[in-house]
Design a protein around this ligand. Structure first.
Ligand SMILES: Nc1ncnc2c1ncn2[C@@H]1O[C@H](COP(=O)(O)OP(=O)(O)OP(=O)(O)O)[C@@H](O)[C@H]1O
Length: 578
């Protein structure tokens, strides 16, 4: 947690003023029992009404000034804590943006969401409470004990016994609850994961009538979360009765011993009341301290979880950020004996892959599910670093390009069509931030999306809801294709991006891409043999290995895997048709 305190930078003044004002408030609070004692001893003792009113006014004044100090402290601590959490959240968000696919695969989205929301909030609460209570509570405890000693040393010894006893009870209860609070956080992660999965896959859940199972899964985790919170609550519930018993016993002892001292004329009745008040103040301060410690523990656990994210460094390093100036190369993308294994995976997802994709060529990639098609095309824009071999784009290894330049060269249409909330135009400008309407319409035309965008009220200004939920699967795919085309990339990668399109639209799309994007190297991943058979060259993957490379007819002759795929989808006649 200490490491995170750098995010208090800019709020040091508030971080100093908040505890100072709290201590000021505590000083006024410590003075109140003495005023009370005077009211009893002098005012009531002498039947001096005006003195009583005067002292009441002093008490009210102390209360009001104390309140003002407390509110001011609250203001400063809230400012500091909010400033801290804002800076922390910014930094965390920016850090997560640096993660490559590898780190995102390893960490997973739900935990990142919990950490940037819940954990940052816990840290913020911790900072807020520390600024207000860290000095105040010990100050009250020590101050009240000192005041007790100034009144009567013998009675003050009761404080010396009671305070450690109360502290011990608080300590024992906290020792029992701390491990439980740590578990709570991991359950929250699970709840967040289930919620996210369920909501993202809401349609699938309904299609498979899995609502009951999903609900029971969620309820199980939620129940466990509740149970663990209740367990912690039950133990914490012991705190008040146990400490109040000690405090009341201490008060009885004060009254007992105090009455004897009053009889002996060593102290006054007012001073006995003041001692009782000090005992109560001590208990309240110790309980506040216990709450503070719980909050600090939670904040420390959250801080550790946040530091885990900060300590996760991207493995994808931009080695040279200077712009590369590749000469126009015939061999646009070259894979040389490439082997790639996912982090934590036992076997390579791709092994010993070599091929050359020439400028202007359309490369079809086909293979069974899990054969490595998506993995292969993810390596071209360097979403992952390979372990063996080399990948060259325009004769320069991909890890020598600055990311922006490589990603500008490569237009990516992912397998899952993801769009963002906003207008069609805003979504299209992800491909090129300053794209003109003409450029956008041209890209939409090639992607076979012009007509349906024109028919939407507002055209380019029509709204797309979160994730593109107000569009059909095919419409979403066409818009993501258009988004990649807007930037006029030199290499276009389409990862099964036309799977939701009917055959006629799919064919029209491929035709338009071929005609309108001269010189562009196109990678076309598809499960459909019909979609890639016209490609200039087809790569056939099987279990992470390249088992065939050539044109449709060549592969039919010499690649049994390809022949099998084709025959499983098309008739013998269709397969052999040129
Ligand atoms: N992020 C990942 N982490 C670990 N393993 C992965 C990851 N993504 C894919 N794999 C594994 O790598 C192998 C190749 O997966 P890939 O997604 O490239 O296959 P694919 O041919 O594109 O399949 P599909 O046609 O079903 O999309 C599979 O065995 C898969 O389980």
């Amino acid at each position: 947690m200490r490491r995170l305190l750098i995010y208090l930078k800019g709020y040091y003044r508030e971080a100093v003023l908040a505890p100072l004002f709290k201590m000021l408030e505590a000083s006024f609070e410590l003075a109140v029992p003495l005023v009370m004692a005077n009211i009893i001893d002098v005012g009531i003792g002498n039947q001096d009404e005006s003195y009583i009113w005067k002292m009441c006014a002093v008490m009210i004044l102390l209360g009001v000034v104390g309140l003002l100090c407390s509110v001011t402290a609250q203001y400063f601590s809230a400012r500091a804590a909010m400033g801290f959490s804002t800076a922390l959240r910014h930094s965390l968000f920016s850090h997560i943006q640096t993660f490559s696919y590898r780190e995102l695969d390893l960490l997973g989205t739900p935990t990142l969401i919990t950490r940037i929301t819940n954990d940052v909030n816990q840290a913020q609460t911790g900072v807020n409470l520390v600024l207000r209570l860290f000095l105040r509570s010990p100050f009250i405890v020590v101050g009240a004990v000192i005041m007790a000693f100034t009144i009567d040393v013998k009675i003050a010894l009761i404080f010396v016994i009671a305070v450690p006893l109360i502290s011990l009870v608080i300590y024992l209860i906290m020792r029992l609850t701390f491990p439980i609070y740590k578990k709570v956080q991991s359950y929250l992660d699970r709840i967040s994961r289930i919620t996210r999965e369920n909501h993202v896959g809401a349609r699938v859940v309904r299609a498979f009538c899995r609502q009951k199972e999903e609900s029971s899964d969620f309820m199980q985790t939620n129940d466990l979360y509740t149970k663990i919170q209740i367990a912690a609550g039950k133990i914490s519930a012991l705190l008040n009765p146990a400490t109040y018993v000690i405090m009341n016993l201490a008060i009885v002892a004060i009254l007992w011993s105090g009455s004897a001292q009053v009889d002996a004329g060593r102290i006054t009745q007012g001073e006995v009341v003041a001692l009782v008040n000090y005992m109560t103040q001590i208990l309240v301060a110790l309980l506040a301290l216990a709450n503070l410690i719980v909050a600090v523990t939670k904040a420390t656990a959250s801080g550790a979880r946040l530091n885990e994210i900060f300590d996760t460094q991207t493995t994808l390093i931009e080695k040279e950020s200077q712009e590369q100036h590749p000469k126009a190369s015939e061999n646009r993308v070259v894979f040389e004996k490439v082997t790639f294994t996912y982090a934590g995976a036992g076997a390579p997802a791709l092994e010993d892959i070599s091929f050359v994709a020439k400028s202007g060529e359309t490369i079809g990639i086909i293979g069974g599910t899990g054969s490595g098609k998506t993995t292969l095309i993810h390596l071209i824009p360097r979403f992952y670093d390979i372990q063996k071999g080399e990948i060259l784009v325009d004769k320069i290894p991909v890890d020598r390009y600055p990311f922006w330049q490589l990603r500008e060269k490569v237009g990516m249409v992912p397998q899952h069509a993801v769009l963002f909330k906003g207008t069609v135009r805003e979504n299209m400008r992800w491909g090129k931030s300053d794209a003109t309407d003409e450029e956008i319409w041209e890209a939409l035309k090639i992607a076979q999306a012009k007509e349906f965008v024109e028919n939407r009220p507002g055209g380019l200004d029509s709204q797309i809801s979160q994730g593109g939920a107000n569009l059909s699967g095919g419409q979403r795919q066409r818009l993501t294709i258009a988004r990649a085309l807007v930037g006029q990339p030199e290499i276009l990668i389409m990862d099964d991006s036309a799977s939701a399109l009917d055959f006629a639209t799919d064919a029209a799309l491929r035709q338009a891409i071929k005609e309108k994007t001269k010189g562009m190297t196109v990678f076309l991943v598809s499960q459909r043999a019909a979609s890639i058979r016209q490609a200039d060259r087809i790569l056939v993957l099987d279990d992470g290995r390249l088992v065939g490379s050539g044109t449709h007819l060549e592969l039919l002759e010499n690649c049994p895997v390809y022949e099998e795929i084709c025959l499983s989808q098309l008739s013998e006649q269709e397969v052999r048709r040129v």
